[in-house]
Design a protein around this ligand. Structure first.
Ligand code: GFP
Length: 829
């Protein structure tokens, strides 16, 4: 009976809801415009049109989504699958419309349908406000993984937070970053579906009571000070080719009761809604990176909130399918994306032991089997720790659980390293060296069965530095999974010209089997193919030049070398080293105006954390240098500098395809992996980079001769630090470096204001924590080699083709398969 209903409902609405011919799509679009948006074409705004199209596409996803859920349900009932749950405080999916059209395979049909109706598809796609629910690499990686999980057919949930305000929008005013609230939900979000009936309750604060149950066992009851409700909002994540459609489930916090009727009845309206406002604050805003965590009570509550909702949801689904909580680890694996969700270790223990009556030892086995932990940074300040007192105030029961995990763990440590109390103190989940902290990375290492870094070098450094003691204790837990990015969004969707050229010669199998790009190698020297390759790049550069002009007012020459650095602003990423190169070229041209120089356009993009003053000063420096360079008549036609405001996924899609040169110049040992480096290379840019993060593996793959390497290696950095690094020595002995620094210091780029950049220059002269001065000359020399190479367009094109041909490894499909094999032990369905 159930099946019959499904069939008949499906039949009735097939054409209008699921048909994929241009006529079906056009008809469905008009229908949605009328019935969902309440508009007719003459009255419709661009957003109405976008919404109508989004609903039209969503209808086409729904059929797959529902079918998928049924299929999984059947498989789960037979207990034949394990579901992957990716727990991440950040997801950066990027705009959905274009990607869904691509993955559904109806891009061209939809374009035709819109043309029939007199609309431009690209304009409608551009109307979408992207969900900026992440800071940068970490959140974007989570979304690439969601795309791959669906494409390679692994049943999965992405669990996270539905921030009302995502990462701020960046404006540049007078060269400075200004942060604007990101109101991404303002015009409506057609991709999400709220499921209020599946809400979960989350307790906070209060105290615990220890008591004996009827059978004389000691039990604990948590008496919270308050309870909030988590409402799930689901977004379908379709795989390429429409294979399967997984779910991104994001939680929004709400008050359990919107009104306190007692207050309301006595006329205190404000008190009545206060609770609602307080509860909803939890998921109001995404915290930017690089700001001290300490004291951010709300951040800890956010993390706990989404983790608790997600784990309870997993148990609920299990129960619905007849699974007992004792089978939790047989039905699920859960990956902790950095330490942000690591409270999950204590929460699952609490749920199992306190709420589902599972014995501690069994619960611990389940917990360890369930979780894996991915580390994304070696920066010590980015490893989360919470003051014990604050932790205990918010999560009193979890603090007890952490203590108990620690007690048992330290017993194990003392057995393994008898008499070594220093080792025990270093490993302890509690940092007792000063004010007491709960160390979240330690909780993750102890509570997970697998720990991994995100590039070979990073995973090695984790073992030898940041997590050395844990590696000594549990060497078998440590793995590497080098990051990857989805070729759907980052090639097929964002670079359609290149995608068409490639598919024209090797077919389109590369979209799901990226290794097939190798078949391009024989074309690397083919003059006709090279010519087409250059034409694609030229057209992409043309488009970017238009974007730069529209957004910044800077007119750039598409024939110049497009030298691009787009990523979050951070001193370790060394955008200011790039600036020193620009100033060096500028100074050369001023001194020798007749000298021959390869014209370059320098493009920057990226946000600085609102509280990170030095990163914001670097943005100001970039814009100040741009102001001088772009307007100096001696430099005209030779150098241009542009800072593209508000870099995000959408802008990235227009930037990567247009780059000639990708700047990956972090100090060796600082960048865990990088994923922008992969996106550039996949789109035919050559890399100038240090031996850091995934650069190492990109160079291995594309060949040393197709990569511009410079700079200190990790061991050289260590050695130099140990010897006592003195930046002043480099300044004193290198006239070009001195000139560049002195130009900044003199106020040359700041209208004579010598104070403006003093904090930056002083820091470089005194400490130079990221060794710009040591890497300066090798960088300049390498950039000169880049310029020389760019003059030989034939060879440059060859290198560019080979870069793309050899990028197969950096598909997120490969990365996700490795997680499946090594860590999750699940098979694609
Ligand atoms: C972090 C690391 C990057 C890494 C990504 C994804 O990025 O090196 O590639 O995570 O693993 F720093 P951000 O979130 O810091 O941008």
């Amino acid at each position: 009976m159930e099946n019959q209903d499904e069939v008949s409902t499906g039949e009735k609405c097939r054409n209008i809801r699921t048909g994929s011919s241009p006529d079906d799509i056009a008809q469905a679009f008009l229908d949605n415009l009328y019935y969902a948006q309440g508009r007719i074409p003459v009255l419709a705004t661009r957003n109405d049109l976008y919404m109508a199209l989004a609903y039209t596409v969503r209808d086409r996803l729904a059929a797959r989504w529902v079918a998928q859920m049924q299929q999984f349900r059947r498989a789960e009932l037979k207990k034949s699958i394990k579901v992957v749950c990716y727990l991440s405080a950040e997801f950066l999916p990027g705009p959905h419309l274009g990607n869904n059209l691509l993955n559904l395979g109806i891009y061209d049909e939809t374009r035709q349908a819109m043309e029939q109706l007199g609309y431009n598809l690209e304009e409608l796609i551009d109307q979408e406000t992207e969900p900026g629910l992440g800071n940068g690499g970490l959140g974007r990686l989570a979304s690439c993984f969601m795309d791959s999980l669906s494409t390679i057919v692994v049943p999965a949930f992405g669990y996270g937070i539905r921030y009302e305000f995502g990462i701020f929008d960046q404006e540049i005013r007078d060269g400075w970053q200004v942060e604007i609230t990101d109101k991404w939900l303002k015009l409506g979000n057609p991709w999400e579906m709220p499921l209020p009936e599946l809400c979960q309750e989350v307790k906070l604060g209060g105290h615990t009571e220890h008591y004996q149950d009827g059978q004389g066992r000691s039990r604990v009851r948590w008496i919270p000070a308050g309870v909030v409700e988590g409402i799930p909002y689901d977004t379908p994540i379709l795989g390429y080719g429409g294979n399967i459609c997984n779910t991104l489930r994001l939680w929004k916090a709400e008050a359990v009761e919107s009104f306190d009727f007692q207050d309301f009845n006595v006329g205190n309206y404000y008190a009545a809604v206060e609770e609602k406002v307080k509860s909803e604050t939890i998921t109001k805003v995404l915290y930017p990176n690089d700001e001290p965590e300490i004291g951010k009570m709300l951040r800890l509550i956010q993390e706990y909130f989404f983790v608790s909702c997600s784990l309870q949801d997993m148990i609920r689904i299990g129960k619905m399918l007849g699974n007992s909580p004792e089978c939790f680890d047989q039905r699920y694996v859960a990956q902790l994306n950095d330490t942000h969700p690591s409270i999950a270790v204590a929460e699952l223990m609490r749920l199992l032991v306190d709420e589902h009556d599972v014995a501690w030892e069994k619960a611990w086995e389940i917990t360890q089997n369930t979780f894996g932990y991915t580390n994304h940074t070696l920066l010590p300040e980015a490893l989360e720790k919470w003051p014990v007192e604050l932790f205990g105030q918010i999560l009193p029961r979890h603090l007890e659980i952490v203590y108990e995990i620690n007690r048992r763990f330290l017993d194990q440590v003392r057995l393994a390293f008898p008499g070594d109390e220093e080792q025990a103190a270093r490993l302890s989940l509690i940092d007792e060296s000063g004010c007491r902290y709960v160390r979240m990375a330690h909780l993750a290492c102890v509570g997970c069965h697998a720990v991994n870094g995100v590039a070979k070098l990073h995973s090695e450094l984790l073992k030898s530095e940041v997590l050395r003691d844990f590696h000594e204790m549990f060497p078998e837990k440590f793995h590497n999974v080098t990051n990857g990015v989805t070729p759907r969004r980052w090639m097929a969707l964002s670079n359609p010209r290149l995608a068409a050229l490639i598919s024209g010669v090797i077919g389109d199998g590369w979209i799901t089997q990226l290794d097939e790009l190798r078949k391009l190698e024989p074309f690397a020297d083919d003059p006709a193919f090279q010519e087409k390759w250059r034409r694609v790049k030229r057209e992409n550069k043309n488009d970017l030049a238009t974007l730069i002009l529209n957004r910044t007012g800077v007119a750039v020459d598409p024939d110049s070398l497009f030298d691009i650095q787009v990523k979050r602003l951070h001193e370790y990423k060394r955008q200011h080293l790039n600036v020193l190169h620009i100033i060096t070229l500028y100074a050369r041209l001023k001194r020798y105006p007749a000298s021959d120089c390869v014209p370059r356009t320098f493009v920057f993009g990226g946000k600085a954390a609102p509280g990170y003053a030095m990163a914001k000063l670097i943005i100001k420096l970039i814009n100040s240098v741009a102001g001088v360079v772009n307007t100096d008549p001696d430099i005209r036609g030779r150098l241009n500098v542009a800072f593209l405001p508000d870099f995000n996924v959408k802008t990235g899609q227009q930037v990567y395809p247009a780059a000639d040169l990708s700047e990956q110049i972090s100090l060796a040992g600082e960048e865990a992996s990088g994923t922008g480096n992969m996106k550039f290379s996949m789109n035919g840019a050559l890399t100038i980079g240090t031996l850091d993060g995934a650069n190492v593996e990109i160079r291995e793959e594309v060949g040393a001769e197709n990569f511009f390497l410079f700079g200190l290696k990790v061991d050289e950095v260590e050695e130099l630090k140990a010897r006592g690094y003195d930046p002043r020595k480099y300044y004193d002995s290198n006239p070009a470096l001195r000139e560049a620094i002195d130009l900044i210091r003199s106020g040359h780029f700041s209208g004579g204001n010598a104070q403006l950049f003093a904090p930056l220059v002083d820091l470089l002269m005194q400490r130079d924590n990221y060794m710009l001065f040591a890497d300066y000359q090798p960088y300049i020399d390498c950039q000169d080699r880049v310029s020389a190479a760019f003059r030989d367009q034939q060879n440059w094109t060859r290198m560019s083709i080979l870069n793309v041909a050899r990028m197969g490894k950096f598909s997120s499909d490969r990365a996700v398969r490795e997680y499946c094999d090594m860590i999750w032990k699940v098979q694609p369905v």
